[in-house]
Design a protein around this ligand. Structure first.
Ligand code: DAH
Length: 339
C-alpha cells in the first residue's frame, strides 16, 4: 500500500472512532492514539524515508495536512466541552458524575407481618375477609356470648361512639359477619385494626392489629386447630418452634386455650425477652361455642368449628427487639427503613 493510501486509512480510522461515540468526552485517548509521539500519524512520518525523492514533497504536505486536520478537530471538540461545562453550569450535563440514587419505598413492618400471615394461611386454604372498625355492640359482644355484665363492656375498656356503636375491641366480630352472610364451610382469616381504651405506653396502645381465624364445617376437631396453628407458627416464627396449649377462658369458645411458643430468641433456654420462662404467649383460640352458632342462626347441633386470634404487634416487638410499641405508628423514617 502506498503511503498516500495509508494516510487515507489513518484518517478514516480516526473519523470512525470519533463517530462511533458522538458524545465522546474522552478525547485524550484519541489524541494519544493518533497524534502522540508513538501515535499513528508519527508512524506515517517515519516512513517518509522510504518514499521516492520526487514524491517526498507531496507526501510531506499530505501528512502535515492530516496532522493539522486531526489536531484542529480534537481542539474544537475539547473547546466545545469546556464551554458547555463552564458557561452554563446549571443546564450542563456532566456525564462523569455518579447518578442520583432514588430511594425505594417498602411496606410498613406491620403490613409486612400481615402479608406474611395472609400468605401462610393462604397456603393452608384460608381466604381473607374484612369488616368495619366501627361495629355494633351486638356483633362485638353479644353475638360472641360476651354478656352485658362482662368487664370488657365497660366504658373503661371500650370506645363507644355517640350513635351507640363501638370501635371494635377485637377482630372477632368479623367472624359473626362472615357466619351471618355465608353458610358453612367457612375457612377465613380476618386481619385488621382494633381499639381499646387504654393509656398509651411503651407496652400498650389504644390501637393495634389482630388476625382472626375461623374454620367452620361438619366435624371440625381440636386436633385440626392444633395442627393448623403448629404449621403456621413453624412457618411464621421458626422451623423448630414448640407450642404449648394452656387451658383458658373466652366467652366465644369452649374449650379455650392460650398458646405459647418456645422463645424464638433463646430457643427455650430462658432470656430477658421471655422473662426466663422459655415461652412467649402468642394467641388465643378454641372451639366455637354453640352459643355463637345460635346467635348467627346456624344449627348449633350440626356444625363445629375452631377460632383463633393473634396479635401482630407483640410478636414483631419481640422478634425485632423493638423497645416501644409507639415506634410502629410514629412514622420515623430512621425506624421504618430498618425493615
Ligand atoms: N378476641 C380475643 C382477644 O381479643 C382473641 C381470641 C381468642 C380470638 C380466642 C379468638 C379466640 O377467635 O378463639 O383477646
Amino acid at each position: 500500500m502506498s503511503l498516500f493510501n495509508e494516510v487515507d486509512v489513518v484518517r478514516a480510522g480516526f473519523f470512525n472512532a470519533l463517530n462511533e461515540d458522538p458524545a465522546r468526552i474522552d478525547l485524550e485517548t484519541l489524541r494519544i492514539e493518533y497524534l502522540g509521539r508513538k501515535g499513528k500519524v508519527a508512524g506515517l512520518f517515519k516512513q517518509i524515508g522510504q518514499v521516492a525523492p520526487e514524491e517526498k514533497g507531496a507526501i510531506g504536505q499530505a501528512l502535515n495536512e492530516l496532522k493539522q486536520e486531526l489536531t484542529s478537530i480534537l481542539d474544537e471538540r475539547e473547546a466545545a466541552l469546556i464551554s458547555v461545562s463552564s458557561s452554563d453550569k446549571k443546564s450542563a450535563i456532566d456525564l462523569t458524575l455518579p447518578g442520583i440514587e432514588s430511594p425505594t419505598g417498602s411496606y410498613h413492618i406491620i403490613t409486612q407481618s400481615l402479608n406474611d400471615m395472609i400468605e401462610i394461611f393462604g397456603r393452608l386454604g384460608f381466604s381473607v375477609a374484612e369488616g368495619p372498625e366501627v361495629e355494633t355492640e351486638w356483633r362485638n359482644f353479644d353475638a360472641l356470648n360476651i354478656l352485658p355484665d362482662h368487664p370488657a363492656r365497660d366504658m373503661q375498656d371500650t370506645f363507644f361512639t355517640k350513635s351507640g356503636h363501638v370501635l371494635r375491641t377485637h377482630t372477632s366480630p368479623v367472624q359473626v359477619r362472615l357466619m351471618q352472610s355465608q353458610s358453612p364451610p367457612i375457612r377465613s382469616i380476618m386481619p385488621g385494626k382494633v381499639y381499646r381504651n387504654e393509656a398509651v405506653s411503651a407496652r400498650s396502645h389504644a390501637m393495634f392489629h389482630q388476625v382472626e381465624g375461623l374454620y367452620v364445617d361438619k366435624k371440625v376437631t381440636y386436633a385440626e386447630l392444633k395442627g393448623t396453628l403448629e404449621l403456621f407458627c413453624r412457618e411464621y416464627f421458626d422451623t423448630d418452634v414448640k407450642l404449648r396449649f394452656r387451658p383458658s377462658y373466652f366467652p366465644f369458645t369452649e374449650p379455650s386455650s392460650e398458646v405459647d411458643i418456645s422463645c424464638f430468641l433463646c430457643h427455650g433456654k430462658g432470656c430477658r425477652i421471655c422473662k426466663h420462662t422459655g415461652w412467649l404467649e402468642i394467641l388465643g383460640c378454641g372451639m366455637v361455642d354453640p352459643a355463637v352458632f345460635e346467635a348467627v342462626g346456624y344449627e348449633a347441633d350440626s356444625v363445629t368449628g375452631y377460632a383463633f386470634g393473634i396479635g401482630i404487634e407483640r410478636p414483631a416487638l419481640l422478634r425485632y427487639g423493638i423497645p416501644d410499641i409507639r415506634m410502629f405508628y410514629e412514622n420515623d423514617l430512621r425506624f421504618l427503613r430498618q425493615f
